[in-house]
Design a protein around this ligand. Structure first.
Ligand SMILES: Nc1ncnc2c1ncn2[C@@H]1O[C@H](COP(=O)(O)OP(=O)(O)OP(=O)(O)O)[C@@H](O)[C@H]1O
Ligand SMILES: [Mg+2]
Length: 459
């Protein structure tokens, strides 16, 4: 017996039973349906390789059945059963991807088996290719993280290794490289997956606010503290605490955080009693903490506590092999989200994307694709669509500052870059940060760093 099945769809009983009889003699497994609806259900439930499909069915046209199969991404090979006078339908059927035709005539028996065999071969080929595609996809993703470069695959391994343990993880990398995504993946792959994942962001917050954000406060602890509030450390009990932008934390708070990391004990602001929780710590920063330590802005002992298991996410421009994969991933995601049929990207558009430097890393690439999907007319993303956007500005290379030490060159570039972005949006922070592919908080931090904003100004 052959393992995949042949489905015969015809509302005329004699035709159907004749076909079934012939096929059974040749040891085929067969199924029967007399309506289009029945046929579609059978394809969903059973392993059907080939469908012999009558063009005229009581409930729907055979072409509609084929259309539905394609919409549902079925690999079934369809052979139409045609009677005289159906040439027009036959042309349409080819367009829709029918595999073959069979004339319902006395000669049918001779034609039947060789054509079915060809169709079966085709089915095997397609389903094997599809399976390979699926396997490939799995190989290049971990949770929601996509990547095929060697550095990303090494990171996948690190995540798999560290997730089940309780070890503290420090994720370092430029803005938009996927630090938060990695933190989520570690939590989701740990035994704490069904417990809370709490994010505490240390950026752009006044010291007092941040302290109570992290550790909570008692009622009356300060003016405006009308009721008791639990901090992120407390909320993360039994789960994971993700301390984002840990490099921005104030030196005075670093001491309190260090103590929390050492024995998971703390007091709420204005509180007497010591609380204890069980939280797994993941921290992230886009700052080079070693430099911050050198400048005495970050405590070395805190660094060592956090850095039990370091993960460094390389910038996108250092792993360009990942770009096409990410482009496809975001194209499919945003096309589905916007219910648009964007089937592909032109090769010149892809070349542009592969050569760009992405100061905002994956987030910037994601924004570029989202925007392209929105404005693209037609099914293919063209280079023009991208060129009118972010990619048309020339990418500055470091040469102009080659006489400077790297640190100074980087600062000079960053400052000019931020200034340019602000000019382009008439000083509006939110759109400028979007264009830069940075989140607003980070963008504002940079503004502060270069004295382009005063501390209480709002976007
Ligand atoms: N490898 C990846 N695969 C798929 N999506 C990614 C990948 N890396 C980043 N992204 C996407 O890019 C965006 C930015 O990622 P994320 O917020 O994790 O970066 P980040 O390093 O935390 O940035 P920041 O330092 O600015 O906070 C998100 O939408 C995320 O889903
Ligand atoms: Mg982040």
């Amino acid at each position: 017996m052959k393992s995949s099945r042949i489905l015969i769809v015809d509302d005329e009983d004699p035709v159907r039973s004749q076909l079934v009889r012939w096929l059974k003699e040749k040891k085929y497994l067969t199924e029967e349906a007399s309506t289009g609806q029945e046929a579609l259900e059978m394809v969903r439930d059973k392993n059907i390789a080939v469908m012999l499909l009558d063009l005229r069915l009581p409930d729907m046209n055979g072409l509609d059945v084929l259309r539905r199969l394609r919409q549902e991404n079925s690999d079934v090979c369809v052979i139409f059963l045609t009677a005289f006078g159906t040439t027009h339908d036959a042309v349409m059927a080819i367009k829709l991807g029918a595999f073959d035709f069979l004339d319902k005539s006395s000669n049918m028996i001779n034609e039947l088996i060789p054509r079915i065999e060809k169709a079966r071969e085709q089915f095997d080929l397609i389903s094997r290719a599809r399976q390979q595609q699926e396997e490939e996809k799995d190989r290049y993703r971990l949770e929601n993280i996509i990547g095929k470069s060697r550095s990303m695959r090494e990171i996948f391994d690190l995540i798999r290794d560290v997730a089940p343990s309780n070890a503290s993880v420090l994720i370092q990398g430029e803005s938009g490289t996927g630090k938060e995504l990695v933190a989520h993946a570690i939590h989701n792959m740990s035994e704490r997956a069904d417990k809370p994942f709490i994010i505490a962001n240390c950026a752009a917050m006044a010291e007092g606010v941040l302290e109570s954000e992290l550790f909570g406060h008692e009622r009356g602890a300060f003016t405006g503290a009308l009721r008791q509030k639990k901090g992120k450390c407390e909320l993360a009990d039994s789960g994971t605490l993700f301390i984002d932008e840990v490099g921005e934390i104030y030196p005075s708070l670093q001491v309190k955080l260090l103590r929390f990391l050492q024995d998971q004990k703390f007091e709420r602001v204005g509180g007497e009693s010591t609380l204890e929780v069980d939280a797994r710590i993941i921290a992230a920063t886009n700052k080079n903490l070693q430099v911050a330590i050198g400048e005495k802005k970050f405590r070395e002992d805190l660094f060592f506590r956090l850095n039990v298991f370091p993960i460094f996410l390389p910038p996108l421009r250092e792993r360009r092999e990942d770009i096409p994969l990410l482009v496809d991933h975001f194209r499919q995601r945003y096309a589905a989200e916007m219910k648009k049929n964007i089937a592909d990207i032109s090769s010149s558009a892809m070349t542009l994307l592969k050569n760009y430097d992405y100061p905002g890393n994956v987030r910037e690439l994601e924004n570029i694709i989202e925007r392209a999907v929105i404005i693209q007319k037609g099914e293919i993303i063209e280079a023009d669509t991208l060129q009118t956007g972010l990619l048309n500005k020339p990418v500055p290379h470091g040469n102009a500052y080659a006489h400077l030490p790297f640190k100074d060159a980087k600062e000079k570039f960053e400052k000019e870059y931020i200034q340019k972005q602000l000019e382009r949006t008439d000083g509006k922070i939110l759109p400028a940060s979007k264009n830069a592919g940075l989140d607003r908080k980070n963008f504002k931090l940079k503004l502060k760093k270069y004295g382009m904003i005063n501390h209480n100004e709002h976007a």
